[in-house]
Design a protein around this ligand. Structure first.
Ligand code: THG
Length: 291
């Protein structure tokens, strides 16, 4: 699975401050540490960057490149900023993201073709958030027709089914899983990715890692090819690179079966309870581990 580090992100206060004041150190530190922790890409989330987008993109790529050679995912809605990144980095970049609306597809797909880069196809249509797995499927099918019109090869596509917070929209967490179950059959030569940490937004801090890790392993069972993750979650990376096979197997087993939790360790029980939450077998509450 391709892991994309999320930590150079304008939503983080320190990073935002570093971007505004063009302070290299914090950003370079995150880049180096993310690579050391084992991610394969860095997501550079500069936000909408309405005015300063192209300059900020140029600066941040140069800043990262002084210390880190990982390929980049360019996370902004500012098309001029994306163009700057494409000129600098060419076919190695992932455009994050192209929304499934006519205007965005028509502006951005030609750039994908021209630079032969990858892109994240966000399954967010003109009607906004898809309501269930079937709407996700319909949006992706339309998107793929557009991709074919431009003669873009399907292996450049990373569909993002949109991960939402379990604390507020448990039914959408289930819908994304249901969509992934169908994904490889519907879109066999396309890839998938997601913004994993969204799933634990608003949850208690001590639960966030557990929820993120469990959900990614669940999505992985259905063939998720990639994810934008917290590069500082070493446990998550261990799970994905095969260092915690017993936990991975337990999560996969809990998805198919009722698990007898007698004799399991506390860590194992917590994973099983979290599977049940993310599958919708149990209703989410902040104290679900204690129930
Ligand atoms: N899909 C795609 N791209 C995306 C997302 C997606 N990019 C942005 C986001 N969603 C994925 N990246 C993040 C980055 C950080 C956090 C969540 C998702 C996050 N960060 C802080 C933290 O570290 O705890 C909290 C930030 C704050 O609120 O202060 O939670 O879905 N294609």
């Amino acid at each position: 699975m391709i892991l994309i580090g999320e930590n150079i992100n304008i939503m983080n206060k320190k990073v935002k401050e570093a971007m505004i004041n063009r302070k290299k150190e914090i950003i370079q530190k995150i880049a180096i540490e993310s690579k050391n922790n084992g991610v394969h890409y860095l997501d550079l989330n500069i936000g909408p960057a309405r005015k300063d987008g192209p300059f900020l993109m140029e600066w941040i790529i140069k800043t990262v490149r002084e210390v880190c050679d990982l390929p980049l995912s360019l996370d902004t809605t500012n098309i001029e900023a994306i163009k700057v990144g494409l000129e600098m980095e060419g076919e190695n970049v992932i455009i994050n993201s192209i929304q499934a609306v006519e205007e965005r597809m028509e502006e951005l797909l030609p750039l994908v073709k021209k630079y032969n880069c990858k892109f994240i196809g966000l399954l967010l249509g003109k009607e906004g958030m898809p309501r269930d797995e079937n709407e996700r499927g319909a949006i992706a099918a339309n998107f793929l027709a557009k991709i074919d019109e431009y003669g873009i090869s399907h292996d450049k596509v990373y569909f993002d089914p949109i991960v939402l917070p379990v604390r507020f929209q448990q039914e959408q967490v289930i819908a994304t899983l249901e969509f992934m179950k169908m994904f490889k059959e519907l879109f066999p030569d396309c890839n998938s990715t997601c913004g994993l940490s969204n799933v634990s937004n608003g949850a208690l801090n001590e639960l966030r890692g557990l929820i993120n890790r469990t959900y990614l392993v669940m999505l992985w069972k259905y063939g998720m090819d990639s994810a934008i993750i917290d590069a500082y979650d070493r446990e998550l990376i261990s799970l994905i690179i095969g260092e915690r096979e017993e936990i991975k197997n337990l999560i996969w087993e809990a998805m198919d079966n009722q698990i007898n939790i007698k004799g399991l360790s506390e860590e194992e029980i917590n994973y099983v309870k979290t599977v049940y939450i993310l599958e919708g077998r149990t209703i989410y509450s902040d104290s679900y581990l204690k129930l």
